[in-house]
Design a protein around this ligand. Structure first.
Ligand code: HEM
Ligand code: NAG
Ligand code: NAG
Ligand code: NAG
Length: 264
C-alpha cells in the first residue's frame, strides 16, 4: 500500500521533470489586472501600447517609457520579440518633445500629428476632423463594415485600410500620407493576425478585435489567449506583404512596416 503511493508520487514527479513544457502549456496565462486610465494618465493613438499600460505592463500613467520598459512590456504582455521593440522604440522616441535628447517617451507623444500619427487610421479620426488619439466609433463603424464574417481575413483588413484611405482622400482637404505612414499603417494592420491571433492562420476572431479596440483590454475573459510563440520581426514583415498583396499595392511602398526606407 505504502509503496504504491510512494511509487505514484515518484512517477508523477518523474513525468513533470521529463516534460516541463507540459506543465507550462496547461497553466492558463492570465494577464495582470486591467485598470481603466485615470485623469492625468497618458494615452495615445496606439491601441496596442494603451492596452499594455491599462494592464500595467507599461507604466500605468503611460509616461517615461524607455527601451527596457517597452521591450519587457511587449514581451510579457503580447509575446513580441525584443528586436521588434528595438526598431519601434527608435521611431517612438522621435515623438518626444525632448528629441533628440530624449531617453523615453509618453504614450500621448505618439499622437503628435505628422511624425508617426497619420491619417486613414482604422479606429481614429483624421486629425483634420477631430482628436486622433481616442477610439472613434464613427471611424470604426466604417472599418468594421468590411469585417463581414466571424473570422476576419487578410483580404478584409486590406479592404478596410484601402477604404479608409479612399474616404480620407475624398473628404479631408488636408489629407496626407507620408511614405513612413504608408508603411507603418500596414504594420498596424498586421498586428491583428500576430497579436490577436497566433500568427499561423491569417485569420482572427472578430469578437476579439472588437473587444480589444473598444476596451483597450486583452480579451482573455472572452477566450483570447496570448500567443504561445514569440512573434519575430520577420512575421510583421510577412503579414505586411500579404496585406499589401491583397490590396494590390505591393511594390509601390517606399517604407516598410517599421517606417524604414525600402529600396526596390
Ligand atoms: C513602440 C512600439 C509602438 C509604437 C511606437 C506604436 C505607435 C503607434 C502609433 C503612433 C499609432 C497611431 C497611428 C495612427 O493611426 O495615426 C499606432 C497605431 C496602432 N498600433 Fe501601435 N505602436 C507600437 C506598438 C504596438 C503594438 C505592440 C501593437 C499591437 C499589440 C500595436 C498596434 C497598433 C494598431 C492596431 C494600430 C492602428 C490603430 C488604428 O489604425 O486605428 N502597436 N501605433
Ligand atoms: C529604464 O528605466 C529604468 C528605471 O525607471 C531603469 O532601471 C532602466 O535601466 C532604464 N533603461 C534604459 C535603457 O535606460
Ligand atoms: C469621429 O470621427 C469623425 C470623422 O473623422 C468626426 O467627424 C467626429 O467628430 C469624431 N468624433 C469624436 C467624438 O471625436
Ligand atoms: C470568437 O470568440 C467568441 C468569444 O469567445 C466566441 O463566442 C466565438 O465562437 C468565436 N468565433 C469563432 C469563429 O471561433
Amino acid at each position: 500500500m505504502k509503496s504504491s503511493i510512494l511509487f505514484a508520487a515518484l512517477s508523477s514527479i518523474a513525468s513533470v521533470t521529463a516534460y516541463p513544457q507540459y506543465l507550462e502549456t496547461r497553466q492558463a496565462w492570465t494577464p495582470q489586472e486591467w485598470i481603466a486610465p485615470g485623469d492625468g494618465d497618458s494615452r495615445g493613438p496606439c491601441p496596442g501600447l494603451n492596452t499594455l499600460a491599462n494592464h500595467g505592463y507599461l507604466p500605468r500613467n503611460g509616461k517615461g517609457i524607455n527601451l527596457s520598459k517597452l521591450a519587457d512590456a511587449m514581451l510579457a504582455g503580447f509575446n513580441i520579440a525584443r528586436s521588434d521593440a528595438v526598431i519601434l522604440y527608435s521611431q517612438a522616441i522621435r515623438t518626444s518633445p525632448n528629441y533628440p535628447l530624449a531617453s523615453s517617451f509618453d504614450l500621448s507623444d505618439l499622437g503628435t500629428h505628422g511624425i508617426l500619427e497619420h491619417d486613414i487610421s482604422l479606429s481614429r479620426s483624421d486629425a483634420y476632423f477631430a482628436d486622433p488619439n481616442p477610439f472613434n466609433a464613427t471611424v470604426w463603424a466604417e472599418t468594421a463594415s468590411h469585417f463581414t464574417t466571424p473570422m476576419i481575413t487578410v483580404e478584409q483588413v486590406a479592404k478596410a485600410r484601402m477604404g479608409r484611405l479612399a474616404t480620407s482622400k475624398a473628404t479631408n482637404p488636408e489629407h496626407e500620407l507620408s511614405a513612413l505612414a504608408d508603411g507603418f499603417s500596414w504594420g498596424e494592420c498586421a498586428s491583428f493576425f500576430e497579436i490577436m491571433a497566433d500568427g499561423t492562420t491569417g485569420t482572427v476572431n472578430k469578437t476579439f478585435i472588437e473587444y480589444w479596440f473598444r476596451n483597450e483590454r486583452m480579451p482573455t475573459e472572452i477566450g483570447w489567449k496570448r500567443r504561445s510563440t514569440t512573434m519575430p520581426s520577420s512575421e510583421r514583415l510577412k503579414y505586411t506583404r500579404l496585406l499589401e498583396e491583397a490590396a494590390g499595392v505591393s511594390g509601390i511602398l517606399r517604407r516598410d512596416a517599421y517606417g524604414r526606407p525600402l529600396f526596390h
